[in-house]
Design a protein around this ligand. Structure first.
Ligand code: SF4
Length: 92
């Protein structure tokens, strides 16, 4: 099991989740985050921190977001660890 970042993160990329993750599981693309399933320990600390409710347990991902399970897994190995200091992209 792992946790998964879904589409709501795109063009938002808030960093609240990064700040609470105990194992540096978040990886950083240009305009969204993903979670490395090999690092995530399923503590769920990030879920309630996300202002746009983008993070779910992989067993709890909404049906229309299920493609993000594979995206997190496939994309995370090639992305840098999120440092938590990137600017929030959204102005809302
Ligand atoms: S569930 Fe816990 S370990 Fe996994 S990404 Fe969220 S904060 Fe990090």
């Amino acid at each position: 099991m792992t946790h998964v970042v879904t589409e709501a993160c795109v063009m938002h990329k808030y960093q609240d989740c990064v700040a609470v993750c105990p194992v540096e599981a978040f990886r950083e693309a240009d305009d969204y985050l993903v979670i490395d399933p090999d690092e995530c320990i399923d503590c769920a600390a990030c879920v309630t921190e996300c202002p746009v409710e983008a993070i779910f347990a992989d067993t709890d991902v909404p049906e229309d977001q299920e493609s993000w399970i594979e995206r997190n897994e496939v994309e995370s190995p090639d992305l840098p660890i999120a440092e938590g200091d990137s600017p929030v992209l959204a102005s809302d």
